[in-house]
Write a protein that binds this ligand. Structure first.
Ligand code: SF4
Length: 414
């Protein structure tokens, strides 16, 4: 399910480097997070440029499921041979696409296989992205819980039926109301909603209405990303033809501030630029990305980050199936980036500053063995002078002004 959130994981913000460096012979390190990509959707939303197959048939779903199982098996056997230690999983995240289209039997089998191959921690966070129109009974949510899913991330985007139509979403406000409540009645306590600020035709009263609506929902977490108009989408065409339908940056920021201030007033902690959580409900899986920690990945178009190497699976169901069968998950053909030590440190700054807790000197030293205050002294001084960050000698974090101009801050570390 694409929201701008898909742009926040680390592979979205780091420049690609050419493969001129020598590829290490072996991997080293440990990992305990797994991302599984589901490439199916019922139709294409008007703002989405993600790889997804609309109107998938059962044969494609079955092929995906069988290949996911094979990829997990190869990850387990080949990582060991390559010197990578996969620890008992602490987070598993089904993203897409529309993971709620996957039959619960498949989810259950895949999670059982993960348990058998890697182990899953008792208190692991296991997330399923879901579209509200598919969660149309309490039974469905109960089945997901039984399969092992314990966190739902639902693509609400807006509570306005008019705006949902503009977005090309398939659910209505009423569908969403029932879906969140079915999930809660079935026993889910960790439920997140995705919102988008800066939608075409949106007014401040739409924002107020959505805020009132979500106040009635059993939510522990909310993500709110600014609309990012991607090329080759219906929104790109709409923006070229009718730019006046899109809020300007100032209005989008005002909308976001209204959402931020309201959620904070309701007891949500603003813990990442675009994310809010009740106490202890921060997304543990996404925090792995923001802390530049390693993660495994399975599925077409999925990217992993292991021992300084980023790999991306082919963004095509048939090519991915062939690649898993013939080459395996550690194929050199899948390597898209080799991150040098210097790049890894810049990445830690860039991603770490997304977290409102900021970057701490001791954590950075534990991770990289270096002192960021010395490495990035000139950047720190410049950003402090411009009022974009707060720095207390140990920790650097975005200032309020820096939250609105975070791209200027991040540019210093690219
Ligand atoms: S549900 Fe819509 S936004 Fe999500 S991945 Fe599918 S087409 Fe994209």
């Amino acid at each position: 399910m694409r929201t701008a959130s898909h742009r926040t994981n680390s592979h979205g913000v780091i420049k690609k480097i050419m493969l001129q460096e020598e590829i290490p012979n072996s991997l080293t390190g440990t990992v305990s997070s797994l991302y599984i990509h589901v490439p199916f959707c019922q139709s294409k939303c008007h703002y989405c440029d993600f790889y997804s197959i609309s109107s998938a048939n059962s044969e494609q779903l079955h092929r995906w499921h069988e290949t996911i199982k094979l990829e997990l098996q190869r990850l387990a056997s080949e990582s060991e041979a390559a010197g990578l230690e996969i620890q008992s999983l602490k987070t598993i995240y089904y993203g897409g696409g529309t993971p709620s289209l996957v039959p619960v039997k498949f989810l259950s089998e895949e999670l059982d296989l993960c348990r058998e191959l890697f182990g899953i921690d008792e208190d692991a966070e296991i997330t399923l992205e879901a579209n509200p129109e598919q969660l149309n009974s309490k039974r469905i949510a109960a089945d997901w819980l039984e399969a092992g899913i314990n966190r739902l991330s639902m693509g609400l985007q807006s509570a306005s039926d008019r705006l949902l139509q503009v977005l090309g979403r398939r659910h209505t406000r009423e569908d969403a109301y029932h879906a969140f409540n079915y999930a809660h009645q079935a026993g889910f306590r960790n439920i997140s909603a995705d919102l988008i600020s800066g939608l075409p035709d949106a007014t401040m009263s739409d924002v107020e209405d959505t805020l009132n609506f979500i106040d009635s929902l059993p939510l522990a977490h909310i993500s709110c990303y600014a609309l990012d108009v991607a090329h080759n989408t219906r929104f790109a065409k709409m923006q070229a033809e009718n730019p006046e339908r899109f809020p300007d940056d100032l209005l989008e920021r005002q909308m976001f501030h209204r959402i931020r201030d309201t959620l904070i007033g309701r007891g949500f902690q603003h813990y990442e630029i675009s994310n809010f959580a009740l106490d202890s409900f921060e997304s543990r899986h996404n925090t792995v990305y923001w802390r530049a920690e390693p993660y495994l990945a399975a599925g077409p178009a999925a990217s992993s980050y292991l021992a300084g190497i980023r790999r991306s699976n082919p963004a095509s169901l048939s090519t991915w199936v062939k690649s898993v069968q013939e080459e395996g998950p550690f194929s050199e053909n899948n390597i898209t980036e080799i991150i040098s030590d210097e790049e890894a440190m810049r990445e830690s700054m860039l991603l770490g500053l997304r977290l409102l807790a900021g970057v701490n000197a001791e954590d950075f030293r534990n991770h990289h063995g270096r002192d960021y205050r010395i490495l990035f002294a000139s950047q720190i001084e410049k950003l402090c002078q411009r009022g974009l960050v707060d720095f207390n000698g140990e920790t650097m974090r975005l200032a309020h002004k820096g939250e609105d101009f975070c791209n200027i801050v991040f540019r210093e570390f690219v």
